[in-house]
Design a protein around this ligand. Structure first.
Ligand code: ATP
Ligand code: MG
Length: 258
């Protein structure tokens, strides 16, 4: 049965898509069967695998015009359900449906036993699609870059995810906060870490692994490749491997806390 993971942060440019793509690839390298879902109308995850204006996409699945099975593109590394530029039209179409927050949980049921991990790349908002991802998920990961004041929004994410847990998905758990584009020695990075460690609710949520700044991580999507295909010896590849190891050690299948 698949473990479903929402990769979420309501801020833009925090490393969600980079994490979905390369964490997914790292799990696939470990022979896990991985499905990626692109929930973002920017379509960055889909484009990073060359899927532009696909015939079948997540909008059709959300609005029940296509099944998830027929919308999966099977690639060498992993499978993906791509997004589409007018995804917001599909989101609008479901916005008044009763039980609208449960649509993703419902459409994922038939494929849950076909994959080990299903990763959802969320848009930079806490709107209906992000809520759908949290209602469907076992875990959420919050990627956070340390270049700006990204941590300022963390309390909002924790409040929103707690509401989803209380009202709609009691099994939802935070897997952790992942630092991306990290430069260990800068004062700013250290300030971000101190800030998280001084927050009671967050201090034990930081992953030990972090993703260092690496130009290859920025370049690889333009070549339709994951970091393991584009630059297998890069810092980015090493860091995403280490992160996948830590994730599996802490939250791998059969390790879910009560
Ligand atoms: N470790 C890294 N080193 C260098 N560049 C990175 C790293 N991680 C992410 N980037 C770059 O930072 C930018 C933002 O990353 P990404 O697209 O993953 O963020 P996002 O949270 O998905 O953004 P959005 O909210 O717009 O969907 C991208 O150009 C990406 O290539
Ligand atoms: Mg993105």
């Amino acid at each position: 049965m698949a473990t479903i993971i929402s990769i979420i942060n309501y801020k833009g440019g925090t490393g969600k898509t980079t994490t979905a793509l390369n964490f997914g690839a790292a799990l696939a390298k470990k022979r896990k069967k991985v499905l990626l879902l692109d929930f973002d109308s920017q379509c960055n995850l889909s484009l990073s695998k060359g899927l532009k204006s696909p015939e079948k996409h997540i909008g059709l699945v959300l609005s029940k015009k296509a099944t998830i099975e027929e919308s999966i593109f099977k690639l060498d590394t992993f499978s993906i359900v791509p997004s589409v530029e007018n995804l917001l039209d599909y989101e609008f179409a479901i916005s008044n449906e009763p039980g609208r927050e449960f649509i993703a949980r419902e459409f994922l049921q038939p494929v849950k036993d076909k994959f080990d991990y299903i990763l959802i790349d969320c848009p930079p908002s806490l709107g209906l699609l992000s809520i759908n991802s949290l209602v469907a998920a076992d875990y959420f990961i919050v990627p956070m870059q340390t270049e700006n004041f990204a941590f300022i929004g963390l309390d909002n994410i924790m409040t929103a995810t707690q509401k989803v847990k209380d009202r709609m998905n009691p099994d939802l758990q935070i897997a952790g906060i992942l630092l991306v584009k990290f430069q260990y020695r800068t004062k700013f990075s250290q300030a971000v870490i101190s800030n998280i460690l001084s927050n009671e609710a967050l201090k034990d949520k930081l992953f030990d692994a972090y993703i260092r700044q690496d130009i290859s991580l920025m370049e690889s999507p333009a070549f339709g490749q994951t970091i393991f295909e584009y630059a297998p010896k890069s810092r980015g590849a090493k860091d995403f491997s280490a992160f996948a190891n830590e994730f599996l050690k802490k939250h791998g299948q059969g390790k879910k806390e009560a």
